[in-house]
Write a protein that binds this ligand. Structure first.
Ligand code: AMP
Ligand code: ZN
Length: 112
């Protein structure tokens, strides 16, 4: 989708600070970090939100979770701990309409 900023990042049309990528997923640093480590994980495929994962071929949800752990390892937080969260819809505060998980860590995070 040409008008989706995360599709354009996945396609390399918009520069980003990529941490890890494979054929299906891309992890890049959030432009407005909320923690010492703040990385976004997206599927290359345009999926709007967690609500749209169900029924996708290839067990994409499970592989996405596995990729998140690889990202946590790559940025050095897998042992110290981290938070993986996805905002869904208006009340969830989802600003970009392309599924993404925030990986936050590198410091003790505040309760929420
Ligand atoms: P959300 O509110 O969950 O939709 O989060 C969207 C996130 O995308 C925010 O944390 C933004 O800082 C981040 N973001 C928006 N544009 C970019 C960009 N071009 N590169 C990296 N992160 C971005
Ligand atoms: Zn997209």
């Amino acid at each position: 989708m040409d008008d989706c900023i995360f599709c354009r990042i996945a396609g390399g049309d918009i520069p980003s600070d990529i941490v890890l990528e494979d054929a299906d997923f891309v992890a890049f640093r959030d432009i407005n970090p909320k923690a010492a480590q703040h990385v976004l994980v997206i599927p290359r495929e345009h999926i709007v939100s967690l609500n749209d994962l169900d029924g996708r071929a290839g067990d994409v949800g499970h592989r996405l979770l596995q990729f998140i752990v690889k990202v946590a390892t790559a940025v050095g937080v897998v042992e110290s701990g981290y938070r993986a969260l996805t905002n869904v819809g208006p009340d969830g505060g989802q600003e970009v309409q392309h599924l993404h998980f925030h990986i936050l860590g590198g410091e003790e995070l505040e309760d929420f």
